[in-house]
Design a protein around this ligand. Structure first.
Ligand code: NAG
Ligand code: NAG
Ligand code: NAG
Ligand code: NAG
Length: 525
C-alpha cells in the first residue's frame, strides 16, 4: 500500500514537472513572439477582461432585454411580465414552423432581411466580446436570443433554393394597433426562389448562419453543423441566381428596399471563410467579385442595407491575424485600406473626417432612425481599435496624420455616451437606462396594458392616448434626435420614437466592447 502510494506520488510529481516545463516554455515563447512582433510605440496587448465599467455593464443589461420583448412564438423562460405567446401558427400554411424569430420594430412584421442582419451582428459581437459579455452574465442570454432567430431562419429555408423572407403583410399589420398576443389577422408568407431570387436576403441569411455556426461550434456542434450547411446552400443560391429581392418582389421596397446585393455576397463569403477556412471563399472575395462589388477606397455607412464597411473590417481581421500567405494578399490589403478609410472618416480630428455630425459630435446621416449609423459606426471603430491593440499595430495614418487605437475607442465612447444621456436633451435614448428616457415609444406591445382586450382597430386608442406607455420597452434604442439635436417624445412620431431589433444588435455590440478592458480573440475557432 505504502509503496504503491509513493510510486504513484512520484509519477504525479513527474507529470507536474513536465506540465510546469511546458507552461514555462509557452510563456517564454509567447513573450518572445510578442517582443518580436512589437512595433515601436504600440501599446501592450490588453490582458483578459479586467475591471468592469459599471455604466456600460448596466446599459448592456438593459439593452439585451429588448430582444426578449421582440420574441415571437412560444416563450419558454419569459422574463418580460407583459409579454406572452404569440404568432404560434406563423408558417403553418406552408407546413413550416415560423413561430419563432423576432418582430421587426414597433409592429409585428417578420422581415427576414433586417432580422438576419441582427443575427449576424449579434454573432459577431459574441465572437469578439463573448468573454466580456460573460463577465456581466450576458453571454447566455445573448446566445439564447441569437438562437431564437437562427431557429427561425433555418425553418425559413426548407429546400436549397427557397427562402421565406417575410411573415405578415405590412399593410394589414400597420392598419392594426394591438398586442402581438391578440393578433388574429392573416399572416401571409413571402418567399424568394429561382424564378424570383433575392441574392441580398439569401446572402445575409447565409452570413447570419455561418457566423452563428461559429458561436455554437463548441457548445452545440450538431446545431452548428446544421447552421453551416444551410449557410453554404443559401450562399450558393444567392450567388447562382443573382438579383436583388427588391427587384424580384417590388412590394418590399416600401420597408426594406435593398440597394444592391454585391455587398451581401462579399459579406457572406467572408463569414463563410471564417467559419470554414476554405480557400474558395477567400478567392471569392479577392477575385472578380471583389473587383465588381467591393468599391475599395470609398467609405460607406454600415447598416442593414449596406455591409461593405463591415466586410472590410471583418476581412481586416484576416490581415491582422491570418496565416502569412493569406494575410499578405494584395487584395486583402485593399480591404484593410478601405476599413482604414472608414475609420479616418469617423475620427473627428482626421483630415478626412466626415462632416455628417451634430454640433455635439454625434454621427448623423438620416432623419429616420438616426441612431443606427452612429452606433453601428462606433461598433466597427471599437472592433478595429481592438484588432490594432491585439496585433500591436501602433497607428493608422489618415492623410499623413497618425491615430492610435485609443483615438478610435474614444470616438466609440463618445457615441455611446451621447446615446446614454450626454446630449443636449439630457436624455438616454436607450429606454430603461438612466432617469430620463422616452416615455412614448412607438411600440404596440409597450403601449397597451397587458390586461386590456384590444383588437385590431379599437387598439388605436392606445396609440392616441396622452398617457405614457404602461409597459417599459426596456432596452429599446429609439430612432433618436434630429440634426438640431431635438427629440419629440410622441408615440406617433415613429421617425424618432420607434425602436428596431437591428438597432439593438449594434448597441449591444458597442456596449459589450466597452464593458471592460479592450481585447479580442485572435481566432474565432
Ligand atoms: C416564387 O416566389 C415568388 C415571389 O415571392 C412567388 O410569387 C412565386 O409563387 C414563387 N414560386 C413558387 C413556385 O412558389
Ligand atoms: C429602391 O432602391 C432602388 C435601388 O437603389 C431604387 O432605384 C428605387 O427607387 C428604390 N425604391 C424606393 C421605393 O425607394
Ligand atoms: C429641429 O429640426 C426639426 C426637424 O427638421 C424641426 O422640425 C424642428 O423645428 C427643429 N427645432 C428647432 C428648435 O430648430
Ligand atoms: C400617425 O401618423 C401617421 C403618419 O404620419 C398618420 O397617418 C396617422 O393619422 C397618425 N395617427 C394618429 C393617431 O395621430
Amino acid at each position: 500500500m505504502e509503496e504503491k502510494r509513493r510510486s504513484r506520488g512520484w509519477c504525479g510529481w513527474f507529470l507536474v514537472l513536465i506540465v510546469l516545463a511546458a507552461v514555462a516554455f509557452a510563456i517564454f515563447y509567447a513573450v518572445k513572439q510578442k517582443m518580436h512582433k512589437s512595433d515601436s510605440g504600440a501599446a501592450p496587448v490588453p490582458g483578459p477582461p479586467g475591471a468592469v465599467t459599471k455604466k456600460y455593464a448596466d446599459a448592456l443589461k438593459v439593452a439585451m432585454q429588448f430582444f426578449d420583448i421582440q420574441k415571437s412564438g412560444k416563450l419558454g423562460n419569459n422574463r418580460i411580465s407583459w409579454r406572452g405567446n404569440s404568432a404560434l401558427d406563423d408558417g403553418s400554411q406552408a407546413r413550416l414552423d415560423l413561430s419563432r424569430g423576432m418582430y421587426d420594430a414597433g409592429d409585428h412584421m417578420k422581415f427576414g432581411f433586417p432580422m438576419a442582419f441582427t443575427a449576424t451582428v449579434l454573432s459577431w459581437t459574441i465572437l469578439e466580446y463573448g468573454d466580456q459579455m460573460k463577465v456581466v452574465n450576458q453571454l447566455e442570454p445573448a446566445q439564447d436570443s441569437l438562437k431564437w432567430i437562427t431557429d427561425y431562419l433555418v425553418n425559413a429555408h426548407p429546400t436549397d433554393n427557397v427562402l421565406y423572407i417575410q411573415v405578415g403583410n405590412p399593410k394589414t399589420d400597420h392598419s392594426c394597433w394591438e398586442r402581438p398576443e391578440d393578433m388574429k389577422e392573416e399572416r401571409p408568407l413571402t418567399q424568394v426562389n429561382t424564378s424570383s431570387p433575392g441574392s441580398d436576403v439569401a446572402a445575409e441569411t447565409a452570413a447570419a448562419l455561418a457566423a452563428a455556426s461559429l458561436v455554437f461550434r463548441t457548445a452545440d456542434s450538431a446545431y452548428s453543423t446544421a447552421l453551416l450547411k444551410h449557410a453554404k446552400q443559401l450562399f450558393t443560391f444567392a450567388d447562382k441566381y443573382r438579383s436583388s429581392y427588391s427587384q424580384s418582389i417590388p412590394e418590399v421596397q416600401t420597408f426594406y428596399n435593398s440597394t444592391g446585393y454585391g455587398d451581401e455576397l462579399l459579406w457572406a463569403a467572408s463569414w463563410l471563410y471564417h467559419a470554414t477556412g476554405e480557400r474558395s471563399y477567400f478567392e471569392y472575395v479577392t477575385g472578380k467579385n471583389g473587383e465588381d462589388f467591393a468599391n475599395w477606397g470609398s467609405p460607406t455607412w454600415f447598416s442593414w442595407d449596406n455591409k461593405l464597411a463591415g466586410t472590410q473590417v471583418l476581412l481586416s481581421r484576416v490581415s491582422f491575424f491570418g496565416a502569412k500567405d493569406i494575410a499578405n494578399s494584395d487584395v486583402l490589403q485593399k480591404y484593410r485600406e478601405s476599413a482604414e478609410a472608414v475609420m479616418c472618416g469617423l475620427l473627428p480630428k482626421s483630415p478626412t473626417a466626415t462632416a455628417s455630425r451634430t454640433d455635439n459630435g454625434l454621427i448623423w446621416i438620416s432623419q429616420w432612425n438616426a441612431l443606427q449609423h452612429p452606433v453601428a459606426s462606433a461598433f466597427l471603430a471599437v472592433i478595429y481599435s481592438d484588432y490594432m491593440l491585439t496585433s500591436r499595430t501602433a497607428k493608422i495614418s489618415c492623410n499623413g496624420n497618425n491615430f492610435r487605437p485609443k483615438d478610435l475607442r474614444k470616438f466609440a465612447i463618445s457615441q455611446a455616451d451621447y446615446v446614454l444621456g450626454d446630449n443636449p436633451m439630457k436624455m438616454s435614448y436607450l429606454v430603461g437606462y438612466g432617469d430620463k428616457y422616452p416615455q412614448y415609444v412607438h411600440h404596440r406591445g409597450a403601449s397597451i396594458p397587458a390586461d386590456a382586450t384590444a383588437g385590431c382597430k379599437d387598439g388605436f386608442k392606445w396609440l392616441k392616448s396622452k398617457d405614457p406607455n404602461p409597459n417599459i420597452a426596456m432596452g429599446a434604442l429609439v430612432g433618436g434626435p434630429f440634426l438640431n439635436e431635438s427629440f419629440v417624445d410622441s408615440r406617433n412620431n415613429s421617425m424618432q420614437t420607434e425602436p428596431s431589433t437591428y438597432n439593438s444588435a449594434v448597441i449591444v455590440g458597442l456596449l459589450s466592447s466597452l464593458v471592460t478592458t479592450s481585447s479580442v480573440v485572435q481566432s474565432f475557432t
